[in-house]
Ligand binder design. Sequence first.
Ligand code: ACO
Length: 394
Amino acid sequence: MTTYSEEFKLVARPGEISFSKGLDGVVAAESTKSYVDGLGGRLVYHGHPIEELAEESTFEEVFFLLLYDRLPTAAELARFTGQLQQHREIPEEIYAIVRDHAARRGVHPMTVLRTAISALAVFDEHAEEDTPETHQAQAVQITSKMATVAAAIGRVRSGQAIVHPRSDLSHAANYFYMMMGRVPDAFEARLTDVLLILHADHESNASTFAALVVKSTLADTYSAVVAGIAALKGPLHGGANEQVMKMLESIGSPERVAAWLDEAMAQKKKIMGFGHRVYKTMDPRATILRGYAREVTRRAGTERWLVMAEQIEKTMVEKFAQKGIWPNVDFFSGVVMASLGIDPSMFTPLFAVGRSAGWVAHAWEQRQDNRLFRPRFVYVGPESEPYIPLAERK
Ligand code: ACO
């Protein structure tokens, strides 16, 4: 009989191998894209602080920066913007997938987004080509079309007619237009742009890592992005923004916050929108969004969401800051997106529209200096079990 542990040393005994649950603290790759300083509360995209980009830049420029590791010249930005505009429209078959599935009961928009982006590969005759040109073309095409698919899902879910993309608006303004059916005013367009910039990249987050694992097998970029969408969907990652809004809705009013929190803490519930694997202080994206939350809630008459959020923040920081638990990007983004008129179920798709830039940029980076991701598991199962014939098993 083969004892695998003897032959292949698959069974680790306590102390033989150390491992980090959830790959906590494990460095998986080198990257030039973004840097997270978890103690200092800083986020930098290729040398540019997130605050600067949120103030000065546009999603198009940030996407170029992530893809090519430098800010574009005016001519390059105009060309890149034109490419993004040119690829917005999606095949009728993709609209059909959205129409057929987005309004089904119990179907999450991220499920439809994942399905539709996967199906997009079928309509790209170059999907399997592994050249620098196709990688870069797909990076632009997928990111451009992601906004169209996400917006269409929202429209179908709410029983409204799909709004086709326009090619004369910025990426953010066009996304807003397709979601809402009207061109945003300057404030709404800027805020949508800021939301996309803030969500565009975040080092080795779970969804980017998932995309990289797939890319490292030399699978196509669509497959990598689909893996990213799948990982982003979960409530511990991109799905947290929707959960934050559900939490605020279930609390209902500022007067109920204290009692609700007391009970949640007594039950040792995790409070959505708080805590982060890397940040042990305030997430800088949350600070930026809290600033915007003031203006957008005032304009929308939704100030009570912000009042409640700030009450929760105050109590959580008092109780948990020492433990390194602070608001993350998802905490205030919910209030901001809801006040822009976006349905909570469509918050995570917006996150995906922004993060698409990071997924494709990292996938391209991975491809340029690839090595298969293949970590080990510590096998803690039995060393050897007898094979009992089926009829004799109890
Ligand atoms: N509320 C209350 N306690 C928390 C929270 C929270 N939101 N987050 C972590 N903790 C506590 C845990 O209970 C645990 O306590 P213990 O040591 O007493 O058992 C400790 O902090 C460590 O928590 P872990 O879950 O082990 O930390 P990890 O680094 O694995 O998880 C994560 C990070 C998943 C983000 C976690 O903080 C969490 O679940 N937060 C809520 C979901 C959320 O907001 N996700 C979005 C993250 S940002 C993003 O992905 C875009």
